[in-house]
Design a protein around this ligand. Structure first.
Ligand SMILES: [Zn+2]
Length: 340
């Protein structure tokens, strides 16, 4: 089968890989209907994060079950399924508390390489959620988004305690930031401030429910948020980038007693203790427990109440994965969908 493999920073190739087989009795094999390039795939692509080269790529997936191991009980061949970027048992104490991304049995899907024709999914019963039926083709991008970016943006908004009566600010205008805007809106936030200086992204943020757009960054961005909130700062701030600047911008833009939901993968972020001390902010975040939200998100998508798939503004055949990485790296695309 064909799959994307990164050989070094900037070097992604689609090549013949071994077909995945059932290894554990709890595995499923799925035929990938759609996969995509993640903002976090850009860290190794840009040489900021080291991988063990050559590395199979991709951790977001939706597709049709081909085969299941003999211990799999709820997932059946022929079903269309979506799973998180962490495989999880959905039964351990951590999963039952809603933190599937820290499941005691977790397996990182990125190591298995979802940008491929076929994918082995460990812990199939705990990881995969089936749709009611085979989806219409136009629903597939939205269902795929639930695998990571929608679930991550949703967790960011939940961790920031977005809800009725709250002013929510979102730092970051990538797919996760835009979908955090959508999540905040769905969670009932009245005022949502998107931070973006890119016109097409601002437009999508407004479509997803942003009431205000702030173009300034850093201290100027913080000052603008304060101006818009009677000098207090936002109740809820979602951090969806993962740099020192974005994290400090999020903390400084949060009012005393407010909540920061941080879902950008932190690279080189160091938090100064005195600033944390005086911020009086709640901090909660990390790798999103997407599995917690999947049934609800799939339901909203299935009933066409939300359209998160609009973040995919470039669709390419899997064979052109390298072009997809380049387009995201150069910010020509918000998010690239790959069709095997
Ligand atoms: Zn678990």
């Amino acid at each position: 089968m064909r799959g994307a493999v990164m050989y070094a920073p900037g070097d992604v190739r689609v090549e013949e890989r071994d077909e995945p087989q059932i290894v554990e009795a709890t595995d499923a094999i799925i035929r990938v209907s759609a996969a995509c390039v993640c903002g976090s795939d850009l860290w190794p692509y840009r040489g900021i994060e080291d991988l063990e080269w050559p590395a199979p790529m991709g951790h977001e997936y939706a597709g049709v079950v081909e085969e299941v191991g003999e211990a799999v009980e709820t997932i059946r061949p022929g079903q269309f399924v979506v799973g998180s970027f962490w495989a999880s048992d959905n039964t351990c104490e951590t999963c039952r508390a809603g933190y599937h991304s820290a499941c005691v049995d977790r397996v990182p899907m990125g190591a298995l390489g979802a940008q491929a024709e076929l994918l082995r999914v460990p812990l199939a019963d705990g990881t995969l959620v089936a749709t009611p039926d085979l989806p219409a083709d136009d629903l597939i991008p939205s269902l795929l988004s639930a695998s990571d970016v929608l679930g991550t943006g949703w967790f960011g908004a939940v961790a920031a305690e977005a809800g009725p009566g709250k002013t929510v600010a979102v730092v970051g205008d990538g797919a996760v930031g835009l979908l955090a805007v959508l999540a905040a809106s769905q969670l009932g936030a009245g005022r949502i401030i998107a931070m973006s200086r890119h016109e097409p992204r601002q437009r999508l943020a407004r479509e997803y429910g942003a009431t205000d757009v702030v173009e300034e960054r850093g201290d100027d961005g913080v000052a603008r948020i304060k101006e818009l909130t009677n000098g207090l700062g936002a109740h809820s701030v979602v951090e969806a980038v993962g740099t020192q600047e974005s994290m400090m911008q999020a903390i400084h833009a949060t009012r005393p007693g407010g909540h920061v939901g941080f879902v950008g993968v932190g690279h080189g972020v160091t938090l100064p203790g005195m600033e944390l001390f005086w911020s009086l902010a709640h901090l909660h975040g990390g790798p999103a427990p997407v599995r917690r939200f999947l049934p609800e998100l799939i339901d909203l998508i299935w009933n066409r109440q939300i359209h998160p798939g609009k973040v995919f503004d470039l669709e390419l055949p899997l064979a052109q994965a390298a072009e997809g990485y380049d387009a995201m790296d150069q910010r020509r695309a918000i998010k690239v969908l790959l069709r095997p």
